[in-house]
Write a new protein. Structure first.
Length: 134
């Protein structure tokens, strides 16, 4: 039944086209002339674009741009997820510390090796002239 409907629509459109061309040829005037002239100009412009534009690099560039946006959105989603998990875990640790009476200890003093290296760096930087930036 569907095929019959489509066939009738096609036959009606073709018959309308034939009648319109006959009517225009007999009267010597175009029906909807302004609209059809605009449509003809737009079709001519579209044909010129299709024949002169190389679409392969354009499509490749647009696909790369789309892939970059999708990758950025996925990375942003993962970052927000990790931050949410970090927030929950931080609250859990604070709650457990408060519940068990654990306090954070002061930072330990640096070891002797670290102190020696720090002094060596200071001495080295004080004996060398500063390097000018170019």
């Amino acid at each position: 039944m569907g095929y019959l409907v489509f066939m009738l629509i096609a036959v009606a459109l073709f018959s309308g086209f034939l009648f319109l061309t006959y009517y225009e040829a007999r009267r010597g005037v175009r029906v909807f002339a302004a609209f059809r002239n605009d449509l003809d100009a737009q079709v001519a412009r579209a044909i010129a674009i299709v024949t002169h534009v190389d679409f392969e690099p354009l499509v490749r560039q647009q696909f790369q741009l789309l892939a970059a946006h999708v990758a950025h959105d996925i990375a942003h989603l993962f970052l927000r997820t990790v931050r949410a998990i970090e927030h929950v875990l931080t609250r859990l640790v604070r709650h457990l510390r408060a519940r068990h009476g654990i306090t954070e200890g002061p930072n330990a003093t640096p070891r002797a090796f670290v102190k020696t290296m720090r002094e060596f760096k200071r001495e080295l930087s004080s004996t060398r002239p500063p390097i000018s930036e170019v």
